[in-house]
Write a new protein. Structure first.
Length: 107
């Protein structure tokens, strides 16, 4: 099986096809990372004594400013990234609740 060509840096791209290939690869990496994140979210449910412990609002409150700071460090709009993570986090919370119920027999 042939290994894919290495992704070009933006300055080395010589066509829109090169750019689109790189964007597709990055999006695939993001989706893989979200899948790995889900594995940890599900694993965290083992340490939650009750369904009501899952949302952990104090953890969310600590996470959001940190993600905004990381965004600024990478030259991204901090407000956009923070709002994006609000959606991401709440979706994962919902997924963890569903998983918690399935694994604890309360689905």
């Amino acid at each position: 099986m042939k290994t894919p060509d290495p992704m070009k840096i933006p300055e080395a791209c010589s066509s829109l096809a090169d750019i689109r290939d790189a964007i597709d690869r990055i999006d695939h990496e993001i989706i893989e990372a979200l899948g790995r994140r889900m594995d940890y979210v599900k694993a965290a449910s083992r340490f939650k004594e009750s369904e009501s412990a899952i949302p952990a609002p104090e953890r969310v409150a600590a996470m959001l400013p940190q993600r905004a700071a990381w965004a600024r460090e990478h030259g991204l709009d901090a407000d956009f990234i923070e709002n994006l993570f609000v959606q991401v986090i709440h979706w994962y919370i919902d997924q963890q609740i569903d998983y918690w119920r399935q694994t604890r027999g309360r689905a």
